[in-house]
Design a protein. Structure first.
Length: 150
């Protein structure tokens, strides 16, 4: 037996509430992480060629020894630009993928440089969150998405 309330079942109403809270949680996660990565990535982006070359040296830990300036710029853009896109929910999965890839390189660099798990933990944890966000998607509250009429 299904109880009807205003054309909806109680079960449907419960799912709608759960879905709304899920979307609110994803919004908080997206905006909070996105803002932190914008702040974290801006100095790297603003630092210019020297900073990018130094940052790009991390790629040698995964066997890439060419174009460190380009790779450093890519990492800075992944953090800064990816943070903006993540917060807005626009191009969400590519942005989360770029951030996850950046965190894989950062974690590998820390581990291979002798920093141990304590030094790599932040990058590993962030990478796990970005992979989970790729799976979950941005949720309902994103910039540019029109609301459905009731």
């Amino acid at each position: 037996m299904t109880l009807g309330v205003g054309g909806s079942t109680l079960r449907t109403m419960a799912v709608d509430v759960d879905s709304r809270w899920r979307d609110i949680g994803l919004l908080w996660l997206r905006v909070g992480l996105g803002a932190m990565y914008v702040v974290h990535g801006w100095p790297k982006l603003e630092g210019g060629g020297e900073t990018w070359a130094q940052l790009g040296q991390a790629m040698r830990h995964i066997g890439v020894r060419v174009y460190p300036e380009l790779w450093g710029f890519a990492a800075a853009m992944a953090e800064f630009g990816g943070g903006i896109l993540l917060a807005l929910g626009v191009m969400f999965r590519p942005a989360a993928g770029a951030l996850a890839a950046t965190m894989i390189v950062a974690a590998t660099m820390h581990l291979r440089s002798g920093d141990g798990l304590a030094g790599a933990a932040h990058a590993i944890e962030a990478g796990i969150v970005f992979v989970a966000l790729i799976c979950l998607g941005p949720g309902r509250f994103v910039v540019g998405r029109r609301r459905r009429s009731p």
